[in-house]
Ligand binder design. Structure first.
Ligand code: ADP
Ligand code: F6P
Length: 469
């Protein structure tokens, strides 16, 4: 068994095993922020990534990606339901996102979640060389730090939560709250997108585990755990380069032609998820059309909603509601050859996304709660022309960094309508100044800076951070 000095464990591998229309197996880049963020740095780092390949049954053998080794973890059909669709995405996901959708507490899922976490911990224990650093990612694997410490007390263990960590009064609803907290605090360093999340964890550690807190350290079970905020980012260089590519510039022009060369293009790009505020956005847009503030002849909305967690009932119901609403809006306000909303329920390549970002006059990002939201950052990185407006929900991690966006509370539909109009009507020079400040921020805070900051905090010798490209 080949071992590595850096092991990353995430629910998903950066490649996804999705069936092509002809039924053949097709590997492509995984959807979602975590894979986008980590893929960018690890491709050029000697490391092993432990994760699920997206299918069920025995794990396939996978080739290395550059200097990155892949170690697939198999899941059975029952495990997929109990661990991924169940405990991770029907209990923890909604609860951690302010319970914007009612979490389901199904007692049968817990054992499966534990079993799968144990399997990930064992896989990491096998591929970590003596004294290695193991970096565990996200809410799917919250028990792994504690389990790994039992198996391999010699390794440094980091944990990073990509999603929000809820306030204590919400977390307290969680059955198994003690085991989950203790599992996560098995790490040496627990990182979050925002400082507030670290405060929430510290309060809970005192209350539930009798821990002692001093600054950013928690002493629990005789060990010291460090906590901190490390806002995740994107591969700014990659997105800039893509957006500047001549074929992408041409593609963006062609997109605008295909849209009928409207005066304004509004764009949204989300996983089809109830946390993303897609319905709030559609309501605001419908009312702008109804009130005559927006005319189909000169403005279009492009809504990209990539399929996500499609077997989970709440996601299927959301898809039905969104598609019905898009149909209603197009039926009521569209004209022949001129729909009010162009709805695309499909994955796109990175270059197609870059072309879409370039085409947009207003990027509309309205999550009800989001750990970070990398789409907002990708849009900014793609705008080397300095144009374009970003409407951004206050309830995203990105809002704390992109202060020059048009910040908005998506629950306030009137406020959302006003902000959309303001973004559409703001003077181009003002937009340019805002975009320039946001681009500067991103240039200084890209994905590499994030990984360096986290790994230097985990390993004070600096050795780990030096292994990054
Ligand atoms: P989340 O992690 O909740 O999915 P983020 O906005 O942080 O949300 O990250 C979403 C990631 O998925 C981004 O990197 C974005 O480019 C990618 N993505 C979104 N829509 C699509 C799509 N239709 N096709 C391919 N990738 C997509
Ligand atoms: O960012 C949160 C997250 O759950 C990531 O862990 C994941 O990459 C992304 O959303 C996409 O979700 P899924 O892996 O369920 O498709």
């Amino acid at each position: 068994m080949r071992q590595s000095s850096l092991v990353v464990i995430a629910n998903r591998l950066p490649l996804d095993d999705s069936a092509a229309p002809d039924g053949a197996c097709e590997w492509r880049r995984s959807p979602g922020g975590l894979a986008s963020a980590l893929h960018a740095i690890l491709e050029q780092t000697p490391a092993t990534w432990v994760g699920w390949g997206g299918g069920v049954g025995p794990a396939p053998a996978l080739p290395d990606i550059g200097s990155l080794r892949l170690r697939p973890v198999p899941l059975t059909e029952d495990e997929l339901r109990g661990y991924y669709e169940g405990f991770a995405n029907s209990t923890l996901w909604p609860l951690y996102h302010d319970a914007v959708q009612q979490p389901t507490f199904d007692r049968g899922w817990w054992e499966t979640y534990r079993t799968v976490n144990q399997r990930f911990a064992e896989a990491a224990a096998e591929v970590a060389e003596p004294g290695a650093a193991v970096w565990v990612q996200d809410y799917h694997l919250q028990l792994v730090p504690g389990m790994l410490r039992e198996l391999r007390p010699d390794v440094m263990i980091g944990f990073f939560m990509h999603v929000p960590f809820p306030p204590p009064e919400l977390y307290m609803q969680l059955p198994r709250r003690v085991e989950l907290l203790r599992g996560m605090l098995g790490a040496d360093l627990v990182g979050f997108q925002r400082e507030q999340a670290a405060h929430n964890v510290a309060q809970l550690a005192v209350k539930l585990l009798g821990a002692e807190v001093a600054g950013d350290t928690i002493t629990v079970d005789g060990r010291t755990v460090h906590t901190g905020a490390f806002p995740v980012s994107i591969d700014v260089t990659e997105m800039r380069a893509l957006a500047a590519r001549p074929d992408v510039v041409t593609q963006a022009e062609q997109l605008r032609d295909s849209l009928g060369r409207p005066k304004r293009v509004l764009l949204s790009v989300d996983r089809l998820d109830y946390t993303k505020g897609i319905e709030h956005r559609l309501t605001a847009y419908r009312e702008l059309l109804r009130d005559g503030h927006v005319k189909v002849r000169d403005t279009v909305l492009v809504q990209v909603a990539v399929p996500s967690r499609e077997r989970v009932e709440s996601y299927r119901e959301l898809k039905d509601r969104i598609e019905a609403e898009v149909g209603r809006i197009n039926g009521e306000f569209g004209r022949v050859g001129e729909p009010a909303i162009h709805y695309l329920n499909q994955p796109f390549s990175r270059s197609q996304l870059a072309a879409l970002y370039r085409t947009a006059d207003v990027m509309v990002v309205t999550p009800l709660r989001d750990g970070m939201n990398l789409v907002a950052k990708e849009f900014v990185a793609a705008r080397e022309d300095g144009a374009g407006a970003l409407v951004l929900s206050e309830f995203t991690g990105a809002a704390a960094e992109l202060a020059q966006a048009f910040l908005v509370n998506p629950h306030d539909v009137d406020g959302l309508k006003d902000t959309l109009l303001q973004a559409m009507e703001t003077d181009p020079a003002d937009l340019r100044a805002r975009m320039s400040a946001m681009r500067q921020h991103l240039a200084d805070h890209d994905i590499l800076a994030w990984a360096r900051a986290y790994l230097s905090a985990l390993d004070h010798t600096g050795r780990l951070a030096e292994s990054l490209p």
